[in-house]
Design a binder for this molecule. Structure first.
Ligand SMILES: NC(=O)C1=CN([C@@H]2O[C@H](COP(=O)(O)OP(=O)(O)OC[C@H]3O[C@@H](n4cnc5c(N)ncnc54)[C@H](O)[C@@H]3O)[C@@H](O)[C@H]2O)C=CC1
Ligand SMILES: O=C1[C@@H](O)[C@H](O)[C@@H](O)[C@H](O)[C@H]1O
Length: 370
């Protein structure tokens, strides 16, 4: 693919995120053309394709991935099918932007790290980018630049809040809060500290009455970073209010917060009860809050496909995050702190050694990220 060629993209999975990515690829991303969508719910795929010109729809993901007129694949299917679909992309030597989580557990994610490495040896570039879009969010990117500048001194703590108004259905069990929601905070912690998470403890406060029966919501997770820093995380997926994602970094000479309503959104309003109210709007969900981040993420991916220089979160980042989620699910069950031992990136075998020796890819591959 030359740097002037238009990237022909296929989307696999056209639920909430697949449809959102289709809109951006078809209307806002330069240098790309959406050519095909696939979903076992073929009617849904057809309805989406009909919104654009020249996009075909099918039910078979593997057929789309193998198609000659598809240069690159955006996977927005559920996490439990990511492993097979990413492997199919790698077998076809096609770049793939895989939505988070990379896979459902650390073993399968590690297999993808190895497969991407083999692909790199074959085609000269890694092919997998993982959809941790917060790295592309201007606020998170700005916070990282501030922390890296050293202006505030060494980073000591992060405090994260992650709330969804509600989750789609009763299938969203307690484990999903760790694997699908908290996984973003895992990536944020690695991104902002530039270190691995070495231990996790997940606490189970009394659940809200709005959670499905037996679901532990909210949850509070505590990460220990390789250098001893601590990250506290509240994840609450039935808050009833809206999408709230905040992060405060505490460093030796100051602190910085992102995700607060800015003063430009300050408004007053007369409410139905006749009383004045103040405040900005709380976004309904991630598609609003992170719209710019998704645009920048997908544009960077398309640019990287054209230039041949990969960017963004790697398969290793996906694996490292999944390893923390896997430990987090064990902690959720036991209430105990669980240590995390990442594989040795040199041999790709599990090692008991601490992953904090950052002389290699073992360190979070965040330094060169946007
Ligand atoms: N980066 C972010 O902020 C977000 C990422 N996600 C991730 O995006 C992915 C999709 O999530 P949603 O769109 O919310 O799910 P969804 O449930 O709305 O849509 C999933 C779609 O995949 C289809 N599907 C099921 N099996 C499939 C298969 N074998 N091959 C292809 N398609 C298949 C379903 O029919 C459905 O249309 C997940 O990995 C999720 O974690 C979801 C929400 C936000
Ligand atoms: O990735 C996401 C969803 O899968 C997850 O379910 C939500 O809790 C997150 O806020 C969203 O960003």
């Amino acid at each position: 693919m030359g740097s002037n060629d238009v990237v022909r993209v296929g989307i696999v999975g056209v639920g909430i995120m697949g449809a959102d990515h289709a809109e951006r690829l078809a209307r806002r991303i330069a240098g790309a053309r959406l050519v095909a969508v696939a979903d076992p719910d073929e009617g849904r795929a057809r309805d989406l394709a009909a919104r654009f010109e020249g996009v075909r729809a099918g039910a078979d993901a593997l057929e789309l991935i193998a198609a000659d007129d598809v240069d690159a694949v955006l996977l927005a299917s559920p996490g439990f099918v990511h492993e097979d679909q990413v492997l199919a992309c790698l077998a076809a030597d096609k770049p793939v932007l895989c939505e988070k989580p990379l896979t459902m557990d650390s073993e399968s994610s590690l297999r993808l790290v190895a497969a991407d490495r083999e692909a790199e040896e074959r085609v000269g570039r890694r092919l997998v980018q993982v959809g941790f879009m917060r790295r592309f969010d201007p606020e998170y990117a700005g916070l990282r630049t501030l922390l890296e500048s050293g202006e505030l001194g060494r980073t000591l703590l992060l405090h994260n809040v992650h709330r969804n108004a509600s989750v789609p259905n009763a299938d969203f069990r307690s484990e999903m809060i760790v694997r699908d929601s908290l996984v973003h905070e895992v990536d944020v912690a690695r991104f902002l500290f530039g270190e691995e998470v070495v231990a996790i403890q997940v606490l189970s406060p009394a659940p809200t009455s709005h959670a499905a029966d037996g679901v532990i919501d909210p949850q509070v997770a505590i990460f220990t970073m390789a250098g001893g820093g601590i990250v506290t995380n509240e994840v609450f997926v039935n808050s009833q209010v809206g999408y709230e994602v905040r992060c405060e970094a505490v460093a030796e000479r100051g602190s910085a917060v992102i995700g607060r309503p800015s003063s430009s959104t300050y408004t007053t309003a007369l409410a139905v009860d006749g009383l004045g109210r103040w405040g900005g709007e709380v976004p309904a969900d991630y598609r609003t809050r992170f719209a710019t981040a998704y645009d920048l993420e997908v544009q960077a991916w398309v640019d990287s496909v054209r230039s041949g220089t990969p960017v963004g979160p790697t398969a290793w980042d996906g694996y490292a995050a999944t390893a923390v989620s896997t430990a987090g699910m064990a902690s959720l069950a036991s209430g105990e702190r669980v240590d995390i031992a990442l594989a040795d990136p040199q041999t790709l075998s599990h090692s008991a050694s601490s992953p904090d020796t950052d002389t290699s890819e073992n360190a979070p591959s965040t330094k060169e990220q946007p």
